[in-house]
Design a protein around this ligand. Sequence first.
Ligand code: ZN
Length: 268
Amino acid sequence: MSAVSIPMIGRGPKLLEEMTTAEVAEALQRTDVAILATCAIEQHGAHLPLGTDWYIGEETTRRVIRVLAERGHQAVGYAFPLGRSDGFLNFPGSLTLSNATFVAVMKELVGCLHHQGFRRFVLLSGNGGNGTAMLIAGEEIHRELGCPVIFLDPLPYQISYRSEILKNPAIDHHGAEGETSKVLVTHPHLVHQERSTFVEPLSDPRPYNFGPGVRVFAGRWEDFAPGGVVGDPRLGEAATGEKAYERNAAWAADIIEKVFFSVGNKAG
Ligand SMILES: [Zn+2]
């Protein structure tokens, strides 16, 4: 299928808040697919802004929309800034929503879009802590509105290939090479790489390993990493961020295409 033309700005497809209401109305003539990303405003060490996950969520959403458009499919996307960040609450500036509020917010935002005619939804996670609440929201949206919903978290996929793109993948974790690289793509002016250092965790974040099916809730982030970061942010570079964005966007677009845009697909 040939590419569709969609509203664009300098960096790529427009996100919802960059579109006019007329542009969304026009999009609704051609699609009923909406992507709702959720992100986080939370500490990312001394060198990255609190909005790191929000900027990453916005850019990921933008690129998924672009890849879909190149394949002839249109989607409208919005990246909600907040999510589940209570593990970081003792770091100044971090904001969090409770699970109950977060689930309600996702359902109400999807409800607005459903009211306007969107009928198929992608919940795209932009923060590792958001998944549990997003699964609950996705299930309830599906049951209550009768709409197909896809939940996507690129993080496990990204971990599967990170040794191919990172210089030090072994302990790349919060605020380190991977995230620094991504912020350098879109917001280099907000990255203070001169303040970054290599940090190993003080302790094992998951000291108990009983295998799948067991999770022990214990400790706080500052006990594990007082500086907020684990990994080597000094190695971050925009070229690495670019690779991760492209792979994650292709991965997400593949799944959305198979579920929503394949001929004869029940969800499509
Ligand atoms: Zn992050």
